[in-house]
Design a protein around this ligand. Structure first.
Ligand SMILES: *Cc1c(COP(=O)(O)O)cnc(C)c1O
Length: 385
């Protein structure tokens, strides 16, 4: 059978990965080489120099492309380097309509680097696709979105937005980091580019910084490949190997993450110290119906605010968990806490944060795959004061 048509778990283990043609090694070797022998000028086996091609990276790129139901995959030295490669296909004067509830680092890249290079950004609430159209004009080249968003877990309708993008001949790029390909495949919903911070769920073990792009269109793929090798922000083969290994359990990790996430979200919702819980699995989440339509499950990313919105209480909770660890990042096997206002989203101006609901007491959880009873007990003791 063609692995590309296999079910997700089979693809996670097999897609893109062939036994090594030189030795038969089942696991893709770490091709720790910068260059490749040529028998005569141009006489090579498709690999010339590791900025352009590397077999370990190629296996990973094919694997991620298959998981996203795409055709072309490209890996980068970080998620932000992957976003940067998308921006490189734009020209001064071009405009981008971006979601407003955005990963802090993406906002910084757009607002502090590409704005000064002559690209105009409109930051728009995309909880309804109708909000987007007024910001599209003849210069608009790209719509940039995330769903679920970080850290407010808002849901944007990928299919609805892709219809608007197609109508105006604008490309749609989706940062799919929070969902992972296990929960959501934007290309199936009409997106042109899928981006991942591979650092998070794809790597899954908090030991690699990496990014990826996936697309279907061959011409777009040529442009992204050009940005990858002309700029050179490529990951090394050792990191690619680690992510290839991580992906083999993506489906199992995500399944447990979703199970644990549902239990923790409900626990928080009933807790007297908690004001609001942001998690797309709740029926009263404003876009629950769209989440249900475009995602296979609801994930383990949860944010919550405290009654009284008191930072002292927040600090106390964040300092006293024993299983949850206070750290930036998400998507690893271990559970993490985060304080968006001072950590991941500190680069967003306070008045923007207030508008988005990123209050002083907001805590974001990345629920890992530990025993859920221990996770619950940990939060219980940390919040018992
Ligand atoms: C982490 C993250 C990024 C940036 O990825 P890096 O690998 O840290 O460069 C982009 N988008 C989202 C949603 C993220 O969580």
């Amino acid at each position: 059978m063609d692995i590309k048509n296999a079910k997700f778990a089979t693809k996670a283990i097999h897609a893109g990965v062939e036994p090594d043609s030189a030795t038969g090694a089942i696991m893709t070797p770490i091709y720790q080489t910068s260059t490749y022998v040529q028998t005569h000028p141009g006489g090579h086996k498709g690999f010339e120099y590791s900025r352009s091609q590397n077999p370990t990276r190629e296996a990973l790129e094919n694997s991620i492309a298959a998981l996203e139901n795409g055709k072309h995959g490209f890996c980068f030295g970080s998620g932000l380097a992957a976003i940067d490669a998308v921006m490189k296909i734009l020209k001064p004067g071009d405009e981008v309509v971006s979601i407003n509830d955005l990963y802090g680092g993406s906002f910084r890249l757009f607002d502090k680097i590409y704005k000064d290079m002559g690209i105009k950004f409109h930051f728009v609430d995309m909880s309804s696709p109708d909000n987007i159209e007024p910001f599209i004009n003849a210069n608009t080249k790209l719509i940039w979105m995330e769903s679920p968003t970080n850290p407010m877990m808002s849901i944007a309708d990928i299919e609805g937005i892709s219809k608007i993008a197609k109508k105006h001949n604008v490309r749609l790029a989706v940062d799919n980091t929070f969902a992972s390909p296990y929960l959501q495949n934007p290309i199936d919903l009409g997106a042109d580019i899928v981006m991942h911070s591979v650092t998070k769920y794809l790597g899954g073990h908090s030991d690699v910084i990496m990014g990826a792009l996936v697309c279907v269109d061959d011409e777009l793929a040529d442009q992204l490949y050009f940005a990858q090798y002309a700029v050179g922000a490529v990951p090394g083969p050792q990191d690619c190997f680690l992510v290839l290994r991580g992906i083999k359990t993506l489906h199992l990790r995500m399944q447990r993450t979703c199970e644990n996430g549902a239990v923790i979200a409900k626990f928080l919702k009933e807790h007297p110290k908690v004001d609001k819980v942001y998690w797309p699995g709740f029926e009263d989440h404003p876009n629950h119906a769209i989440a249900k339509k475009q995602m296979r499950d609801f994930g383990g990313m949860i944010s919550f605010s405290l009654v009284g919105n008191n930072y002292k209480d927040t600090e106390r909770i964040l300092s006293s968990t024993k299983v949850f660890t206070l750290a930036e990042s998400l998507g690893g096997v271990e559970s993490l806490t985060n304080h968006p206002a001072s950590m991941t989203h500190a680069s967003i101006p306070k008045e923007e944060r207030d508008k988005l609901g990123i209050s002083e007491s907001l805590i974001r959880l990345s629920v890992g795959i530990e025993d859920v009873e221990d996770l619950k007990a940990d939060l219980e003791q940390a919040m018992n004061f």
